[in-house]
Design a protein around this ligand. Structure first.
Ligand code: ADP
Ligand code: MG
Length: 252
């Protein structure tokens, strides 16, 4: 593998007595795409949230680019808010339910991060936001409020908003799961273009065909462990584990 962008080492997380991530390790090369698949409750969202530090792991290590963080009994929870915000900016996150700011226009949604986290002057933030909205095909919606947009448009704004912080990696948590079927394609196209542009991405998805097409590596998770990981064609077309086969058989 070429230069690594993300390295997760023995990451663990529990909620009360429930161990949700058990010593997870994974490596993501710079510019490569990893798809995470697995049944509901297997810990996929928790893993993404840990990489973004929306959830603080109990143990293990995470490196993204030049930043390494070790966790031990909530040690990292003592990180200063400012450091957390600047770390989170390096890992753009896109959620199933968009989470746009409803009281802001589309362009204001995209400008907000650079202005508040990076103190970018407004005119510069607006120019960047317009450039990103053009990239996701929504420049003409800049002054519209989110409630006037379709789900696919909202998700494309959410992607532009995450990109505005110029992240090193993009994390997508079931970005198309809440969309009507006819709107899934426009969001997948934006994700595909990002991958082709060399963005390092981890995506949790139930779009198995998309995972096979775009991902370099597929990880199958169940009950907080990585059951199987490897090249997309191998894991999806020739899984070696019975649990992976059982899971994938639901999509045929
Ligand atoms: P997935 O995304 O694969 O469906 P999640 O990471 O959302 O799985 O959840 C894994 C397990 O952790 C589930 O059993 C879920 O109920 C539990 N869980 C997730 N977040 C919390 C939380 N904040 N508090 C308690 N339990 C949680
Ligand atoms: Mg989830």
């Amino acid at each position: 593998m070429s230069e690594l962008m993300i390295e997760v080492d023995n990451l663990s997380k529990r909620f009360g007595d429930h161990v949700v991530l058990k010593d997870i390790s994974l490596k993501v090369g710079k510019g490569s795409v990893v798809a995470m698949i697995g049944p509901s409750g297997s810990g996929k969202s928790t893993l993404l949230r840990c990489i973004n530090l929306l959830t603080i792991p109990d143990g293990g290590k995470i490196r993204v680019g030049a930043r390494t963080m070790s966790f031990q009994g909530g040690q990292a929870s003592k990180m200063r808010e400012k450091d957390l915000a600047s770390y989170r900016a390096t890992t753009g996150m896109v959620f199933q339910h968009f989470n746009l700011f409803p009281h802001m226009t589309v362009v204001q949604n995209v400008m907000e991060g650079p202005i508040s986290v990076k103190k970018v002057p407004k005119p510069e933030a607006r120019a960047l936001a317009m450039e990103l909205l053009t990239r996701v095909g929504l420049a003409d919606k800049a002054d519209t409020y989110p409630d006037k947009l379709s789900g696919g448009q909202k998700q494309r704004v959410a992607i532009a908003r995450a990109l505005a912080l110029r992240p090193d990696v993009m994390l997508f948590d079931e970005a198309t799961s809440a969309l009507d079927p006819e709107l899934v394609g426009e969001v997948l196209s934006v994700m595909r273009a990002l991958a082709e542009d060399g963005m390092t991405m981890i995506l949790v998805t139930h779009e198995i065909a998309f995972a096979r097409e775009v991902a370099d590596q597929v990880i199958f998770m169940r009950d907080g462990v990585v059951v199987e990981a490897g090249p997309a064609e191998q894991v999806i077309d020739h899984p070696t584990q019975a649990a992976t086969r059982a899971f994938l058989s639901r999509f045929i």
